[in-house]
Design a protein around this ligand. Sequence first.
Ligand code: B4P
Length: 191
Amino acid sequence: MFNLILFGPPGAGKGTQAIKIAEKFGWIHVSTGDILRAEVNQGTPLGLKVKAVMEAGVLVSDELLIEIMESVFRKHGSAGGFVLDGFPRTLKQAQELDQMLTKLNTNVSLVLSLEVNEEELVKRLLKRAQEQGRKDDTEEVIKNRLVQYHQHTKPLVDYYREKNLLKEVFGVGSIDDIFNELCNAIKVSKG
Ligand code: B4P
């Protein structure tokens, strides 16, 4: 089982690239953002709980995310691989992920970190706001999401670097060029 984490700040291109990678390698794409948005759109009890949190650009609680991921692994436990897009986002989530994978006799294979400067991130997310009208893509909420990223998620870079799992990839340029870079890194890691 190959377990890839696509890592990066909001707007770095995780979702965009995760779909392409999952398709190419036949892996399961898990976007915790998409899972949560689907719950919100369907008005489920979980969705009602997280709606305001997401619209404010704040991270949803670790407990809920861990529950969601446990059910993903229960459902797809025998898959050939996973592309995790947007998870883990805190140290607690990263530690729990390690435990979940250990139970499946596997571990994190590679963390690809998309490096994109803040000006470009804000530009992309404001463009998406015009195109898709996502409630968390307003200028103020984007700022908040970036603060959350720096406070809670960025420290994971050190966590995975120490484990020798981190590879940084320049995330500005054409989607296809970045995709090729990511695929090359995966091929090297797969051996
Ligand atoms: P996500 O849905 O994960 O949102 P995101 O970080 O903005 O990433 P996204 O995948 O959408 O952006 P992408 O870079 O693909 O999370 C939303 C919210 O859910 C969080 O704020 C939080 O509240 C909650 N949440 C999710 N997971 C959680 C967790 N684990 N713990 C706690 N809370 C959690 O794309 C951005 C835009 O850039 C797109 O429009 C795309 O078309 C464009 N783009 C991509 N590549 C490009 C390129 N190379 N050039 C130009 N544009 C590009």
